[in-house]
Design a protein around this ligand. Structure first.
Ligand SMILES: NC(=O)c1ccc[n+]([C@@H]2O[C@H](COP(=O)([O-])OP(=O)(O)OC[C@H]3O[C@@H](n4cnc5c(N)ncnc54)[C@H](O)[C@@H]3O)[C@@H](O)[C@H]2O)c1
Ligand SMILES: [Zn+2]
Length: 347
C-alpha cells in the first residue's frame, strides 16, 4: 500500500492509499524521492485533458528515486540504485515506431498521463524506462532531468546553432530550460515572460528577459537583431498572445519551434509564414539520447537545477501546490517530496 496524489476531476485532486502492482517480469518497483509538478500536470488539473486521462489518475512524470525491488528477468539493476525514468512505453510496431520515432508512437503510453505516475511512495515501471543517475547528483536536482530532456530535444528539433539569436516565449520551467540549453549550445537568447518573479530569476541566471505586457517585444527584437529578426523562436507559453509574439519576432527563413500544448486550435498569422518563408517545427517529448544528455547537463551544473526549485512540499500538500501554481504565484518549479515519513509510509 502506498500514499498517492490522484486527479479525480477538473480542479479536484486528492491523496489516497492505493495498491501499486508488484513488479512483474522486466519491471522494477521504485521509491520515488522527488516528483516535479509540470505545466502538463496543470493542463490535466484544469480538465483540458479529460478525454485522455482515465480517473482517478496518479499524476507525475518528472521524478528521481531509488529502486526498491526488481522483478524476474531484470538484469543490470539492483535495489538502492538511483534512477530517473523516461516515462514512455511504445508499441514498437506502428508506422511511427517502424520509422524510428518511438517517442511519438501512434499508441504511446505516456506514464503519468495515460497510466499511473510517480506521485506516490511506490511506483512500478518497466526496467527499460530507467536512466541511471550519477552518485554525485542530488535527487532533488535530478527531478529536473525530465524537463531538461524536453529542452534538449526542442533545441535539437529547432536546429539551434552557435551564434544564432533565439527568442523563448514563455519563461516557465520548460522555457527557462530551453533558454539555458540554447545558451549552452552557443546561442544568444532573450526570454519573453509575463511573470515578474520568473523574469527576475531569468536575469539572475544571466538571461535577458522582457515583459510583453509593457514592452514592444517585436521592436526590441528588431533593435537587437539590426532589423533582421530572430533566427529561432520557441513557443513555450501555451497562450494565443505567445504564439503571436513567436511568429512576429522571426526574421526571413526563421524557425518556430512549437513546444507548448495548445489545447484548442489557434488563429496564426499565416501571411507572415509566406512573406518571410518561415518554418514551423513541432517538438514533443524526447528520445533516450536527449535524456542522457540532460543527466550530464544537470550533473555538471550547466543547468543550475537547484536555482529553479522554488519549493519542496510533502505528498499530502501536493493538491495545495497545484492551486498555488495555478494562481501563478511567485514560483518556478515545485517538487513533491514522496519520502517524507511524517505522512506515514504505508508500505
Ligand atoms: N512538447 C513537450 O513535449 C512538452 C513537455 C513539457 C511541457 N510542455 C508544455 O510546455 C508548456 C510550458 O510548460 P511549463 O511547465 O514551463 O508551463 P508554465 O505554465 O509554468 O509556463 C508557461 C509560462 O508562459 C508564460 N506566459 C503566458 N502567456 C504568455 C505570453 N503571452 N507571453 C509570454 N509568456 C507568457 C506564463 O507566465 C508562464 O510562466 C506547457 O504548455 C506544457 O504543457 C510540452
Ligand atoms: Zn508505435
Amino acid at each position: 500500500m502506498t500514499l498517492a496524489v490522484r486527479y479525480k476531476a477538473a480542479r479536484t485532486l486528492d491523496t489516497a492509499v492505493v495498491d501499486p502492482p508488484a513488479p512483474g517480469r522486466g519491471e522494477v518497483e521504485l521509491a520515488p524521492a522527488y516528483v516535479g509538478i509540470c505545466g502538463t500536470d496543470l493542463h490535466i488539473f484544469h480538465g483540458d485533458m479529460d478525454a485522455r486521462v482515465a480517473t482517478p489518475a496518479v499524476l507525475g512524470h518528472e521524478m528521481s528515486g531509488r529502486i526498491v525491488r526488481v522483478g524476474p528477468g531484470v538484469e543490470d539493476w539492483a535495489p538502492g540504485d538511483a534512477v530517473t525514468v523516461m516515462p514512455l512505453r511504445w508499441d514498437g510496431s506502428c508506422p511511427a515506431c517502424r520509422a524510428g520515432h518511438q517517442h511519438v508512437c501512434q499508441h504511446l503510453d505516456f506514464i503519468g498521463i495515460d497510466s499511473p505516475g510517480a506521485m506516490q511512495q511506490r511506483w512500478t515501471v518497466p526496467a527499460s524506462t530507467l536512466i541511471r543517475l550519477p552518485g554525485s547528483l542530488a535527487l532533488d536536482r535530478a527531478a529536473l532531468v525530465e524537463p531538461t530532456a524536453v529542452a534538449v530535444h526542442d533545441v535539437g528539433r529547432a536546429g539551434v546553432r552557435e551564434g544564432e539569436k533565439v527568442v523563448v516565449v514563455g519563461g516557465g520551467p520548460v522555457g527557462m530550460l530551453i533558454a539555458l540549453v540554447a545558451r549552452a549550445a552557443g546561442a544568444q537568447v532573450r526570454v519573453v515572460e509575463l511573470s515578474a518573479h520568473r523574469r527576475l530569476l531569468a536575469e539572475e541566471l544571466g538571461l535577458t528577459a522582457w515583459d510583453p505586457a509593457v514592452e514592444d517585444v517585436p521592436a526590441l527584437v528588431r533593435q537587437w537583431t539590426g532589423d533582421a529578426g530572430a533566427q529561432v523562436a520557441f513557443e513555450v507559453s501555451g497562450a494565443a498572445g505567445g504564439m503571436d509574439t513567436a511568429v512576429e519576432v522571426l526574421g526571413v527563413r526563421g524557425r518556430l519551434c512549437l513546444v507548448a500544448i495548445h489545447p484548442r486550435p489557434r488563429e496564426v498569422n499565416l501571411h507572415r509564414f509566406f512573406w518571410r518563408e518561415l518554418t514551423l517545427v513541432g517538438a514533443r517529448l524526447y528520445e533516450r539520447g536527449d535524456f542522457e544528455r540532460a543527466v550530464a547537463l544537470v550533473a555538471e551544473g550547466t543547468i543550475p537545477a537547484g536555482r529553479l526549485i522554488s519549493k519542496v512540499v510533502p505528498l499530502t500538500q501536493a493538491p495545495a501546490a497545484f492551486e498555488a501554481l495555478e494562481g501563478g504565484g511567485d514560483v518556478m518549479k515545485i517538487l513533491v517530496d514522496c519520502t517524507d515519513d511524517t505522512q506515514g509510509a504505508v508500505q
